[in-house]
Design a binder for this molecule. Structure first.
Ligand code: HEC
Length: 102
């Protein structure tokens, strides 16, 4: 009984393509930080409002987990100014607006 419960919980935690990293995070708070901290550099490199980086055909993100990782990498570009909570909120925003990972 205990054993199968553990197995079930483990399964839930290891679902490979779920948007779980951003569960319960605030997309609205994430958008505000993203617009302030992230857009200018992407726009400088990709033109327009910078959103092409997320919508281009060869975009690199293939899962919510990968997206969470990339946000951490780009946060390092900013000198790690953001808290993990901010990163999760930004992830919720980008996923809702652009990536739509389940
Ligand atoms: C100093 C410049 C810079 C800053 C600041 C920056 N980024 Fe990036 N970001 C990049 C570059 C360059 C790439 C493209 C890397 C590539 O083409 O592989 C990128 C790629 C990405 C991608 C992947 C796009 C895709 O699907 O291919 C995401 C997501 C992302 N950035 C999120 C963020 C977030 C969130 C922030 C703010 C916390 C941020 N970035 C701040 C330079 C930056």
């Amino acid at each position: 009984m205990m054993k199968s419960l553990f197995a079930a919980v483990f399964c839930l935690l290891s679902l490979p393509l779920s948007a779980a990293p951003f569960a319960g995070a605030s997309a609205a708070a994430g958008k505000a930080i993203h617009d302030k901290q992230c857009v200018s550099c992407h726009a400088a490199k990709f033109g327009g409002d910078g959103s092409k980086i997320y919508t281009r055909a060869e975009r690199r993100m293939k899962s919510a987990q990968q997206l969470a990782q990339q946000i951490t990498t780009c946060n390092a570009n900013l000198g790690n100014k953001l808290f993990p909570e901010d990163e999760r909120n930004i992830g919720a925003h980008l996923n809702q607006q652009f990536y739509k990972f389940k």
